[in-house]
Design a protein around this ligand. Sequence first.
Ligand SMILES: O=C[C@H](O)[C@@H](O)CC(=O)C(=O)O
Ligand SMILES: [Zn+2]
Length: 279
Amino acid sequence: MHTFIHTRYSNHPSDVKKYDTEQLREHFVIESLFSADEIHGVYSLNDRLIVGGIFPQSKSLELETVDQLKSTSFLERREIGIINVGASCTIDVNGESFTLNHKEALYIGKGAEKVVFHPSESGDALLYFNSAPAHTSFPTTKVDKSNAEIVELGSAENSNARTIYKLIVNSVVSTCQLQMGMTELKTGSVWNTMPAHTHDRRMEAYFYFDLQAGQTVCHFMGEPQETRHMWLTNHQAIICPPWSIHSGAGTSNYTFIWGMAGENLDYGDMDIVSPDQLR
Ligand SMILES: O=C[C@H](O)[C@@H](O)CC(=O)C(=O)O
Ligand SMILES: [Zn+2]
């Protein structure tokens, strides 16, 4: 057994108002995702998204099922999206091999029985994943910057110039619930997802990386008029309930992965909050 998935419950917004720093972190922050030759993650009861990290340092790791699923294989009733945030490695899906380079994504549909993650030559392949319940099986598909949908957003004046790579979204890949992508901040730009938004139909998880040692991102959550903040460092993730904004400002630029599951696959379904309306 090399897989460790911990359950996190859903929260009522009026409870979250009363959380102190420790409680906010315990419920929402995933402090550590990568441990050598192990798979670590969180099973969130927000839309049952599993958020995790796979680090095959010196041996191959099979995606094994976990107690929470009561299934014979992890993907028996689920789909998964994987993004490589480390060195190139290969992933075998029912005997077919896919090479995933840095910042490339792989979608694997429901029903794939045997998924194996192999170490990179340098031993530092790091795979971040999101998995959601699925009702049908869609083909395994690799997405990289050449077939992603790429959007430039923000401006240097607003300190939020960034490139959004929509990787596992329904204009690119067929999925049941999952949508994932990656957003790179330009040098000197620090704000992601500003203006902030909510989408009560979908929960979301953010994973921060490409953050230099000693730097940090202040991540904001909460109802738009009742926000809270948590400081995150490189390779930390955070669960955002459907009723919450999700936005952050770094002490430098950085990259993050966003992933969603829920009611619809409509990326544009967002209730935008004007910055001067936040509290
Ligand atoms: O619902 C969509 C997600 O919050 C992200 O795609 C937003 C984002 O990457 C950004 O604005 O920087
Ligand atoms: Zn969002």
